[in-house]
Design a protein around this ligand. Sequence first.
Ligand SMILES: [Zn+2]
Length: 446
Amino acid sequence: MSNNPTGSTTAFTGARVIVGDGSTVIDNAAITVRDGIITSITRTPGGAAEQVQGGGSSPQTVISFEGKTIMPAIVNPHGHIGYMRGTVCDPRCYSRRNVIDHLRRFVYHGTSTFQSLGTDWNRIEVGVRDDQRSGVLDDPNLATLFTAGSGLVAAPEPGLASGAPFFAVDAVHQVADPADARAFVRSLAVQQVDVVKFWIDDRGGTATKLSPETCRAIVDEAHHHGLRAAAHIYTVDDAKIALRAGADILAHMPRSPEPDPELIEQLVDRDIAVFTSMSVQGPARTDWLDDPLLHETLPLAAIEDLRARLTARAPEPLFDTGETYRRLQQNFATLHQAGVRLVFSPDTGVFAQLPGIAEHRELEALVDAGLSPLSAVEFATRRSAQLLGLTDRGAIDVGRRADLLVLDADPRDDITNTRSIAAVIIEGRVVDRDQLRQQLQADSDD
Ligand SMILES: [Zn+2]
């Protein structure tokens, strides 16, 4: 799928380029793009605005980004699309239209690709994804959607609640027994979901938790169909249940008690992907609500409503006092130093994780937890693309898509500079963010 099939080339010149590999930065670079794909990265010859002759007779457009910093567009492998409206996450807001609104918000804020993890309702997400893949939904201003379809939770026993996430109780499948789990995973395989999601969580003793036997049935059936299985867990004990069942991905870091050597060894040996999911659990700060970026697309009343809820410590933080968050940061450092494959995870679309904004907050959380800004960018780009099996994006590299986030300031100086967005480029095309902003504002108002 190409937005620019004319054979013409575009050169983006003069910017500092953060490649996305965790270390390489090229000053005064020229990125040449043909048919949406990067064909060369060189130092800008003879000044930023100079016309560069491409090979052969193809015309070339030169766009100067002198003084800017370019990083790869963000790839987000963990969130829940379609539930948030303004700043409120509510199952009554879920619709195809809202799913598409969120895909648009991602592109506006510099995220090219998004995976929704287990809260598809009535196959709406699978439908949007299929329409993107077939070209029926041919809107270049939408992020590419991946989806787990509907995930699996335990059917509640009498007197207990569902272990489903609060906003998606009706969207997930309540599993009766291992045979039912296998049958449901088979139905997901028919939909060609991108991953299988299941929840191992008794919600502090209030909900029924999947049995180890059922977890094994879910993962085994997923693997049988060539699908990976991602387990929601919060505790070390539940992480071990997930690993014994054969899960490939943990959707959160185990946060209580501390991860022990046995668990860490298994995570490393089996190359389990562990999602960071830090900003979603962060202390209820409100300073980020003043960022002008939020005010570009969200009504002031919605932002102030969220500020009031955060100040009142609601939506009830799963979470977290400063002290427990510091423990989470320590766990992050422990797992990272041990060589566990940690993966960028904004958990977008729930609590205060606003679509498009949450991605930037997770970058900040990773730096607060000790990563260098260049490593954090690598987490949010090349590493997360790799998790999704995508080698066509996620880094500024010859042969990959020109999905670029152009910034007014360098995130190496301050990671929150990823919010100072000068331009977003998807497949080599500069997104018309003014037009997109008007569309997002209009959608917020009705
Ligand atoms: Zn989640």
